[in-house]
Design a binder for this molecule. Structure first.
Ligand code: AMP
Length: 521
């Protein structure tokens, strides 16, 4: 039985080398040393997708637990840790804390660091899933293409690990999607605007970008399941949105879509209200949960992920009633796309998605095939530090320091903001950021880079003010994104690409006072 320590130790070694081949070899050495019933768990841990899923303890509690007395020697096996986490997950709040404390006391500092970083999605090893697939190829002696193909239909690397090294290792690898099991959804890349997103000139699909909750709908005979972006089962909450949406003749189906709270004119309520309605919360009068299906990954025995979007949409149209399809146009005209965007925005939607009609569906991947276009620039950034406020905000943590994701997975500061915060949010920030504090410098509280915040900005400019050499103008908080991991934050490269060369350098020329006041309270 392998010790949990082996995972923590390998993870550190993998993080310490930059070469992908060396990373894969280190992981291979570990994988081949494991028992058949340990490989899936190990693969889950090493890709920051722990087998237990979310255990119901917040980041702050987890970090607080790292302060309790630690074991000096590693003794717990991988399976024992999994069992311990399962116990925490299935207990009520009080008992969960008691179990969690007992578990943390049996782990060494190194093991706890690894455990918490995997549970809070802050594991930094480099190329997590991609490298693990290479390691699985090496460890199993299978063809790389065969393993990668299995990964495209299985959804998680842990499942691939189980298939190539687990108890069923002698069986052929699955080459087809398995219904009622969540798949990692495809992600979109940000874009500067319609002109840039349509720069290739060909006909593209332009769809509303509805700000609701991602919904992957699986139908297998009489059974229907709906999964969220993270693969959580949201069937119960989403059920009202599915009534009458899928044609009865369809017996096997996987759809990708968004569920949102809308009225009869398809005007949407803010995302938070959809979220709470899905969780059984109140429904504003005149509004209902509605499915906006925009892709079809499987229909009646045929996997479509490798098929071009145009064919997947034909399958979608055959499976779903018109009212449940995402409003869209197909055009090469920038003017028509602009009109469509304006209409989407006038109904309260976030913007549009521009999609290439000949592109495949890349499970779990963010590509150029889907580009999101919003009128105001909005970015997902990570909070690096926060300043104590003054005046009316004395005693509250207010001005947040914002980081974009660098190439190496670290975060680079690109600006600050104290705008867009309600009293309630300020109180939350004050509690939350002290709980994940790492150290203080004068009035600045530095925090672990785990909190993703959506920031709306007026503009992005080149600037010497911050280490990333870009600065955000008129930045304000839209909302905290608890559904996003720090590695899903926007990249520095993306921000740099948006800042035209030759815009005033804040360090070189004296910026207007109005602009300055955004960055200093
Ligand atoms: P963001 O959360 O800003 O990164 O935008 C990506 C999200 O937009 C996806 O995960 C979906 O939940 C959502 N979305 C809304 N409309 C669409 C659409 N037409 N196509 C794809 N994703 C969409």
């Amino acid at each position: 039985m392998a010790l949990f320590h082996a995972l923590a130790e390998t993870s550190l070694k993998v993080a310490a080398t930059r070469k992908k081949t060396e990373k894969a070899e280190l992981l291979r050495d570990l994988l081949v040393s494991l028992e058949k019933d340990e490989v899936a768990s190990a693969a889950g841990w090493l890709t920051a997708e722990p087998p237990c899923g979310a255990i119901g303890l917040g980041h702050a509690t987890l970090y607080a637990l790292t302060k309790v007395r630690a074991a000096t020697e590693p003794t717990m096996t991988i399976l024992e840790v999994g069992h311990g986490l399962g116990e925490i997950k299935s207990s009520g709040k009080r008992a969960a804390l008691v179990h969690a404390r007992a578990l943390f006391e049996r782990l060494t500092h190194e093991e706890r660091r690894f455990l918490v970083s995997a549970l809070t999605y802050t594991l930094r090893q480099g190329g997590l899933a991609g490298v693990l697939l290479s390691a699985l190829t090496l460890a199993s002696g299978r063809e790389e293409a065969e393993v990668r193909r299995a990964a495209t239909v299985m959804g998680t690397t842990a499942r691939v690990a189980e298939a190539v090294l687990g108890a069923a290792r002698e069986h052929p690898l699955p080459t087809a999607i398995s219904l009622l099991t969540p798949l990692a959804p495809m992600l979109a890349s940000p874009s500067d605007g319609l002109t840039e997103a349509m720069a290739d000139g060909g006909t593209v699909r332009v769809e509303w970008k509805v700000d609701g909750v991602r919904a992957q709908v699986h139908v297998s005979g009489e059974t229907t399941r709906v999964f969220s972006r993270q693969g959580n089962d949201i069937t119960e909450g989403a059920r009202p949105a599915l009534v009458g949406a899928v044609h009865h003749s369809v017996s096997a189906l996987v759809l990708d879509g968004e569920v949102a709270l809308v009225n009869d004119e398809l005007r949407a309520r803010p995302f938070q209200e959809t979220f709470s309605a899905l969780a059984g919360g109140p429904m504003p009068p005149g509004y209902r949960l509605h499915l906006f299906a925009f892709d079809c990954l499987h229909k009646d025995g045929e996997d479509l992920v490798e098929h071009p979007l145009s064919s997947r949409l034909a399958a979608l149209r055959a499976a779903v009633v018109l009212g449940a399809q995402m409003p869209a146009i197909e055009t090469d005209s920038l003017d028509l796309a602009r009109e469509f965007l304006a209409d989407a925005e006038s109904r309260g939607h976030e913007g549009v998605m521009v999609k290439k009609l000949d592109s495949a569906y890349r499970l779990g991947a963010r590509g150029e095939a889907w580009r999101k276009v919003k009128k105001v620039h909005a970015f997902d950034l990570v909070v690096l530090a926060v300043e104590w406020g003054s005046g009316r905000r004395k005693g509250l943590l207010s001005n947040i320091h914002l980081g974009a994701r660098g190439d190496d997975g670290t975060f680079v500061m690109v600006g600050k903001t104290f705008k867009g915060m309600t009293d309630e949010l300020l109180a939350w920030q004050t509690r939350h950021f002290q709980e994940i504090e790492t150290h203080r410098e004068e009035h600045v509280v530095h925090v672990r880079p785990v909190t993703v915040v959506e920031i709306e900005v007026g503009d992005v400019q080149r600037s010497q003010r911050y280490p990333g050499h870009v600065a955000l103008r008129f930045a304000r908080v839209v909302r905290y994104r608890e559904d996003k991991r720090p590695e899903e934050a926007d990249t520095l490269a993306h921000l740099v690409a948006l800042a035209p060369e030759g815009t005033p350098k804040a360090g070189a020329t004296k910026p207007a006072t109005k602009q300055l006041s955004l960055f200093s309270e």
